[in-house]
Design a protein around this ligand. Structure first.
Ligand SMILES: Cc1cc2nc3c(=O)[nH]c(=O)nc-3n(C[C@H](O)[C@H](O)[C@H](O)COP(=O)(O)O)c2cc1C
Length: 446
């Protein structure tokens, strides 16, 4: 957490806040008026001013530093780039050395994410070809930061002329203006799903680590589009091939065709749809996650809810569990033929007390209908008038098919980070007699 995240509560914090404030750029000054229109407070921009000596202005205590582009602790990523800028990408810090890693490992995930892959996603023509700039030599990671770049190619900034002056309902135009007082209009800048290229590329590296060291597998699929859903997917058995066999990424072929038809029909009317991605992590060692604030499900929820257009998160039985009694809901324990403690059902979704219990982690993420639509809607202009807006440009009529690799990536990033934290905390020094070693260490270091 940055020093600016905390509220004004002491001289040191206040001094840091204030020093940072006069160093921060014009963007925040511009944001003042829209963020705090009724406070009547003015900020002192004099470089001579020092809080606690001459400055008595109290607006500082309400301000936050704009950040939020980095994620993870041990396996830390930072994404960068705007939709219509030169390119987008990611820097990964903390990747273990000597991991076999090829461009193909990354490209195959980016290909599942890229626009123009089918008639039910945005037709923007981007090949999204990744370049590894650093951190990998001769097909192996070398332990230094890995930088991955994808250059933007197919841009039509003129599609966003109207959006420059009229806010798209439920998009990020108005809030970015409120926060920064300036925004990259074309393509939505960093609010565009193009930002997730960096996450998916980093997720590919995370997946490689998890598969290499723990045989872990992460698979997402579309479970629901509007009111068309499948209940026929076995999370123990579902395969990548079944998921990738159709353009909507639903492994239930009959339901997939209904979803595709609905998206097609809705797209032709200029409207959009939402739905749910379900994701399963298999071969999860017991013991990942931390109690209290950093519970594993809390980390996963934050990761998934940071995806654009996400509106809900569930783990295991989720909200449906509230319709059951305790005796119906509890996952009873038993010992399996290998002597391992298992649960007969998995309503916990593989996590109890914030810590993985060795069962599959099963979660769901709700995505809203795409906000930019080809229908006329009421909105306001940047200059404060009520106006009408019909969205134009190339947009996803339903974000779900492309959201699948994004959910998988965010889940992979959390799990790899938790795995590295667990090793850092619990296996120094290696105490082979400890229970922690027996649950996780046995699988990692046998
Ligand atoms: C895979 C994917 C594709 C998306 N494509 C579009 C799009 O074409 N047009 C659009 O308006 N929003 C699209 N979005 C959603 C916006 O990026 C998002 O709604 C916007 O930044 C506002 O943020 P919020 O919905 O998280 O509040 C997409 C999201 C995802 C996950």
């Amino acid at each position: 957490m940055s020093s600016l995240d905390s509220s004004y509560n002491g001289t040191n914090a206040a001094y840091t806040l204030h020093t940072m404030l006069w160093l921060t750029p014009i963007a925040i000054r511009n944001a003042d008026k829209s963020l705090f229109p009724k406070t009547g407070l003015e900020r002192c921009y004099s470089k001579k001013c020092r809080l606690g000596t001459t400055c008595r202005k109290s607006l500082h205590r309400n301000l936050y530093m704009g950040n939020g582009n980095s994620f993870g602790r041990c396996f830390r990523i930072s994404t960068w780039g705007e939709s219509h800028g030169a390119g987008v990408g990611v820097t990964i810090d903390g990747c273990p050395p000597q991991l076999p890693l090829t461009l193909e490992d990354i490209q195959k995930e980016l290909d599942r994410r890229r626009p123009g892959q089918s008639r039910i996603v945005t037709p923007r023509k981007e090949l999204d070809e990744a370049e590894i700039l650093s951190g990998v030599i001769d097909g192996q990671t070398i332990g230094t930061p890995i930088a991955i770049l994808v250059r933007n190619q197919d841009q039509r900034p003129q599609d966003y002329d109207t959006v420059a002056v009229k806010y798209r309902p439920s998009h990020a135009d108005a809030t970015y203006d409120a926060k920064y007082g300036i925004r990259a209009v074309a393509g939505g800048g960093r609010s565009s799903a193009r930002e997730t290229i960096g996450r998916v590329a980093a997720g590919a590296v995370a997946k490689k680590i998890l598969a290499t060291y723990c045989n872990m597998e992460i698979l997402g699929y579309v479970q629901r589009v509007k009111d068309i859903s499948t209940t026929n997917v076995d999370t123990n058995q579902v395969t990548l091939e079944q998921i990738e066999q159709n353009i909507v990424r639903c492994p239930d072929e009959r339901v997939a065709q209904e979803m595709i038809e609905l998206i097609d029909k809705t797209r032709r009317t200029g409207d959009s749809l939402g739905g749910v991605v379900e994701c399963v992590v298999r071969n999860v060692p017991a013991g990942l996650g931390s109690p209290v604030f950093d519970k594993l499900e809390a980390e996963l929820a934050k990761a998934c809810m940071s995806l654009p257009a996400s509106k809900g998160f569930e783990i295991g039985s989720g909200f449906s569990g509230t319709y059951m009694t305790g005796s119906e809901h509890n996952d009873e324990f038993y010992i399996d033929s290998d002597g391992r403690t298992r649960t007969r059902t998995n309503r916990s979704g593989g996590i109890q007390g914030g810590i993985s219990n060795g069962e599959n982690i099963v979660l769901r993420v709700a995505f809203k209908p795409t906000s930019t639509i080809g229908k006329v809607q009421h909105t306001v202009s940047r200059s404060g008038e009520e106006v009408e807006l019909r969205g134009k440009g190339r947009h996803d009529p339903c974000v779900l098919p492309r959201a699948v690799p994004m959910v998988e990536a965010m889940v992979a990033l959390v799990i790899v980070d938790q795995l590295m934290q667990q090793v850092a905390q619990s296996f120094l020094p290696f105490r082979k007699e400890s229970i922690a070693f027996h649950t996780l260490g046995k699988e990692l270091f046998h």
